[in-house]
Structures are given as C-alpha cells and as structure tokens.
Ligand binder design. Structure first.
Ligand code: ATP
Ligand code: MG
Length: 424
C-alpha cells in the first residue's frame, strides 16, 4: 500500500498545466465583468455561521447538510459555501450601500460537503457578480447579457438560458399554500426529504435532485400563476430587454434555485455537454437580503459561475489555450558565460515586456542544457559559448522547426526577439 499523502476527498490540487488554463479563462472572464463597470472585492473564506443560516435559509441542502462548520473558541464559523451572503455582509459591515449603488465581483473557492463526482467538488471555485441598489429589470437584463457576451467571446455555444420569476414575499406565500395543498395530495409518493420540507419550505421540493420525484414536481402549480402585478411587469420588462438584445431564453416555471433569498428574477445557464452537472452559471434577484442581514432595504441581484464547469464546457466546445512555454531558453557553456547569461536574461526581460525567458540553472554540459531547453518547450535556444561571448554575439537556434541556427549580435537580440514574438 502506498503511503503517499492524499488530498481531502472532493478537494483538488490544480497543477501547473491546468492552472495555466484557468488563468487564461479567468482573465477572459475578468475582462468581460470589468467591461460592465464591476469592481473587485476580496472576501474572507470564513464567516460567522449565522450569516449563511440566515441568508441561504435553514431548510436548504447547503445549510442542512453541506456546510463545513466548526467551533472557534465559542464562535461558530463556517467556510463559505457561496459568496453572495459574504458580499452582502461586507457591504453592510462597511456601509457600502448607504445611498450608494454598488457593482461588485469576486472570485475564489467555495466549500460544500456534497457527494464528489465529475463537475461536483467539495472545494470548488466561483466567479460571483453582484449589483446592489438597482431595482431592475434593466440590471437583471444587463447581468444576463454580460454572461451571454462571455459565452460568445469564448466560443461556447452548447448552452441555454432558463428564466423564471419568484415574485415577492406575499405572492410567494400564496404560491406556497397552493404547493402545500398539491404536495399533501400526493404525499404518499414524496421522498423523505420532501415530506420533511413540506411543512417548512415546500418551494425546496421543486429543487429536488431525486429523479423519482420528477413527475410529481412536473405536476405542481407554477409560481408564474401567482405573481403579483409588479413582479409580472418586472418579468415582462426583463423578457423584452433580452429579446431586444437578441439573447434567447426559455421560461422555466419550476426553476426556484437552491437558496431561500431569491425574489423575482431567477435564471440558470444550463448545458447538455457536461452530463448531469448541467448548471454553469446561475443567479437571481435577492431584494430582501440586505435588510435581513441588518442593512437598509436595498434591491440587489447577482450570479455565480462555477470555474471548473466553465473550464470543462469551454473545452467541450473545442476551446484552446495560448502557449505558455518560454520563448527562449538560454544555454551558457564555458568560462565567463554564466555571468553574461544572467545579465542577458534580465536585459531581455527589461527590454521586451511579456517575453518569456528561461535561464539554464544548475550548469551542465552543452548537451544536457540543450536537452533541458528542448524539454522546456521553448521556441528558441539562445546559445552562449566562449567563442560567441568573445565576438559579442549569440546563437539563436529554433527548437520547434527545422530552420537553421542564426547568429545575432548580443545588442540586437532583444529587438530581434521582440519583433519575432510581436502579435502573438
Ligand atoms: P447544482 O444544481 O449543480 O447543484 P447549484 O444550483 O447548487 O448547482 P449554485 O449554488 O447556484 O449552484 O452555484 C453556482 C454555480 O457554481 C453552479 O452553476 C455551478 O457551476 C457551480 N457549482 C455549484 N456547486 C458546485 C460544486 N459542488 N462543484 C463544482 N461547481 C459547483
Ligand atoms: Mg447544488
């Protein structure tokens, strides 16, 4: 038996090859988010457990069974399972919502003790975008259009948008009564979780992942029939803006999302390309949450996107990555060449920003240094021997083509490399 240390179940090391892909996609996502005027915040991974209990809701999968909670000298703390609650807490803590509107985003790890499987982990990563102080529906549409822009930019096409409205507390209460009546009528066919939720939080039954419950859920009354007038107008406004922007959607009347804080607009981008883990980006409006967590009543909306699922979907749609290998690998053999090579590497990095230069470290024969150069994936080896050094030149040897080695004057090298790597 191997005694290699293991990672915690459902938590993954992101090794260099994969991390480079993440970096590429993350910078694309950041560009899009910031193009809409959202500003980054960075939040702690731990919050007082209360924050999540009160916002996500007691009778939800997350709070009932998925949180990593521990006692810290009498304080109950929880590793964040999602970012909206922390974002709202931070805004209240620092008075960010007082007579101000905020467009905020963050990215980082989230923690849920779920059953690990492809596309579902216990530590996963999310981009999270939130707009506070905007009543919508224009901002609702803009947030969705922002995500649509991202799919377009990344060439992701196997994705579709589902939207629904959950109305406001009063209309939801009437809907809740209708749901209780319906589910009571089919009680003998409900699973254990749903029976328990029937009394406390019947909306959650609609969010069940149990396939045996699908038919029962499909026959349940729909929220859209219980919408108050203003919520209905809000929903129509959203649909009109999406249509005007050319963003296709499906109204999905049983979409409720797995957290209690939502009101009015909810949406999910789903795909058929990733098996059963089909939600890539999801969100909604949470007009009551800021007040519930102790702030002034502030309308708000946001979405969260799973980085792991974005990466998987991007690749499933044929997305590629820019090369990350060095441009040049400096091979230095002979008296006095190492010191010159060191200085040269710095000169190149100064002269051409973005140029990736790797210097051979740890000496070695010409042959072993060339082997390392090749293995690094570099486009060129820069060969500096005693002869070259005394003549003020360097050998520029292409490693990825059959082209001949050239000699380049040392003081011309930066310009030559810059020219050959420009426009990549
Ligand atoms: P699902 O229906 O797949 O459980 P969810 O509705 O619970 O997703 P949210 O809480 O809305 O997901 O989180 C937003 C996004 O975060 C999801 O669309 C998904 O991309 C990602 N996500 C959620 N849970 C996980 C997880 N355990 N592992 C990986 N990604 C996840
Ligand atoms: Mg979930």
């Amino acid at each position: 038996m191997s005694n290699k240390p293991k990672t915690v179940r459902g938590m993954n090391d992101i090794l260099p090859d994969v991390a480079a892909r993440w970096q590429h996609l993350e910078s694309e996502v950041e560009d899009v988010i910031q193009a809409y005027g959202y500003r980054q915040v960075r939040l702690p991974l731990l919050e007082h457990t209360e924050i999540f209990r009160r916002s996500i809701g007691e009778v939800t999968d997350i709070v009932e069974k998925e949180m990593y909670t521990f006692d810290d000298d009498g304080d109950s703390l929880t590793l964040r399972p999602e970012a909206t609650a922390s974002m709202v807490r931070a805004g209240i803590t620092h008075g960010l919502f007082h007579n101000q509107r905020q467009k905020l985003w963050t990215v980082g790890p989230m923690f849920r003790r779920e059953r690990p499987q492809a596309g579902r982990y216990r530590q996963f990563h999310q981009f999270d975008v939130e707009a506070m102080g905007y009543a919508g529906p224009d901002v609702d549409a803009e947030l969705i259009i922002m995500s649509a822009r991202l799919w377009q930019r990344l060439g992701i096409d196997s994705i579709r948008l589902e939207i629904n409205s959950l109305g406001v507390a009063e209309s939801r209460e009437r809907y809740r009564e209708a749901l209780v009546e319906y589910f009571n009528g089919v009680k003998s066919r409900l699973d254990e979780d749903s029976i328990r939720r029937l009394g406390k939080n019947p909306l959650r039954i609609l969010d069940t992942k149990n396939p045996d419950m699908r038919d029962i859920v499909a026959g349940a009354p729909v929220m859209l029939d219980y919408l108050d007038e203003e919520s209905a107008a809000h929903f129509e406004g959203l649909k009109a803006l999406l249509e005007a922007a050319g963003v296709e959607y499906e109204v999905s009347p049983r979409l409720v999302r797995g957290l209690d804080y939502y009101s009015r607009t909810v949406f999910e981008w789903v795909t058929d390309a990733l098996g059963s883990q089909n939600a890539v980006c999801a969100g909604g409006r949470y007009d009551g949450l800021v007040e519930k967590l102790g702030g002034r009543a502030t309308p708000a909306i946001g979405w969260a996107m799973g980085v792991e699922r974005l990466v998987a979907l991007y690749e499933a749609c044929g997305g590629g990555y820019p090369p990350v290998a060095p441009d040049a690998y400096i091979v230095a053999v002979g008296e006095g060449t190492q010191a010159r090579a060191f200085a040269l590497a710095e000169e190149l990095r100064d002269a051409a920003s973005g140029l990736r230069v790797e210097l051979n470290l740890g000496g070695g024969s010409f042959k072993s240094q060339m082997k390392r150069a090749d293995k690094s994936g570099a486009t060129w080896a820069l060969v500096l021997g005693e002869q070259e050094l005394s003549e003020g030149r360097i050998g520029l040897k292409p490693l990825r083509s059959a082209a001949q080695q050239e000699n380049v004057a040392l003081d011309q090298l930066a310009a030559v490399l810059q020219e050959r790597t420009s426009g990549r």
